[in-house]
Write a protein that binds this ligand. Structure first.
Ligand code: F1P
Length: 346
């Protein structure tokens, strides 16, 4: 991930401009809403984009599973922009969602890895993530690259719409440049994560909780574990826990809480207290130097501090490593998980 991150950032920036974005810039700036369609990990990147675009560019965003969107009768109008995200660029559900949106006059902005792929060809404009080739079936670096492109997109639209202050934009650009080093630092957590994986490799279930920008990360962490280790895992917004999943928590339930220091920090600390009161086994992903959560959790993983808007790029790394090590310890083929295809073309 880390080696090519800086290059990808520059490439992503160039491609955003070169891939037809300029031509459709006004449509983006004046859009009444943006619809994001994708599947799996790409859908999680879309959820991060919902937070980013609404926060930075103040355009309403809807994030839809392409696999559902294509079969329902959604309201799509000519002014709509549809962002289609796909690692492979060949996912049949995402392609069908694009065709549906196109038939109603929407503008399609594709984000995919593979140059010349079907989704790239079906899009009006777009960005290549160049995060490939992904060797394994489960997306990892594609997620990082998609979120990077979507962050740049939100920053560009926000700056053009005047919804993001110059000083904030500058700060974010500097911080984005620092992300490769922080991802590298997060990868150094490997040994610690091996130890945690050893402890939880036989768990039948796992719960992942996050708030704000870490909510999609919780979903992605759970998906990675399901996909490659075949452990049942659920991701939830931490505040939603009390509406159902809390019933699952007992002394046998590993609860992975992504609780980096951001605007929802105080709230997630109280969610951790709720889990602890029910004897759940807490594995907390926290910001380096956190003084509060380590006293409450059984295991703590410290990731480097970054801007709240960029958190997913860093906080997803330990979750990917955790899934990887658990899968290897369980004797699973991490590159070729059962029942999964690299491109779901049916
Ligand atoms: C979507 C996806 C992946 C998942 C698996 C099956 O693919 O759900 O996220 O890891 O490979 O397909 P894509 O549209 O992003 O290529």
């Amino acid at each position: 991930i880390h080696d090519s991150m800086r290059g990808r950032l520059i490439a992503a920036n160039n491609h955003l401009i070169m891939g037809g974005f300029r031509e459709y810039e006004n449509k983006f700036i004046n859009a009444k809403r943006i619809i994001i369609v994708a599947c799996g990990t790409s859908w999680h990147a879309g959820l991060v984009a919902e937070y980013l675009i609404e926060d930075l560019a103040r355009i309403p965003v809807e994030v839809e599973y392409a696999s559902e969107f294509r079969y329902r009768n959604p309201v799509i109008t000519e002014g709509d922009i549809v962002i289609a995200i796909s690692q492979s660029g060949e996912t049949a559900d995402t392609l069908a969602a694009i065709e549906l949106a196109k038939s109603k006059g929407a503008t399609i902005f594709g984000i995919c890895n593979v140059v010349g792929s079907s989704i790239a060809r079906a899009s009006d404009a777009g960005a290549y993530t160049h995060a490939g080739p992904e060797i394994g079936v489960a997306s990892t670096k594609a997620f990082t690259a998609q979120v990077t492109v979507l962050t740049l997109l939100a920053m560009i639209i926000g700056s053009k719409r005047g919804t993001i202050e110059d000083s904030k934009l500058r700060q974010l650009m500097i911080e984005l440049e620092n992300i490769p080093a922080k991802v590298e630092k997060a990868l150094e957590l490997n040994e610690k994560i091996v130890e945690i994986s050893e402890e939880f490799k036989d768990a039948p279930n796992c719960l992942y909780l996050g708030r704000g920008y870490n909510f999609p990360v919780a979903l992605e962490g759970a998906l990675k574990l399901k996909e490659i280790s075949y452990i049942h895992a659920e991701g939830y917004p931490a505040a939603e826990m009390k509406h159902g999943p809390i019933a699952l928590i007992d002394e046998n339930m590993p609860v992975i809480v992504i609780a980096t220091r951001d605007s929802s920090y105080e709230k997630i600390v109280s969610n951790i207290q709720e889990v602890k009161a029910r004897k759940g086994r807490i594995i907390a992903i926290v910001t380096e130097g956190d003084q509060v959560i380590p006293a409450m959790a059984e295991y703590v993983i410290e990731v480097p501090e970054t801007s709240e808007f960029l958190t997913p790029l860093v906080s997803v790394i330990p979750l990917q490593l955790l899934s990887y090590h658990i899968a290897v310890m369980r004797g699973c083929n991490v590159d070729q998980p059962r029942n999964l295809a690299k491109s779901v073309t049916v």
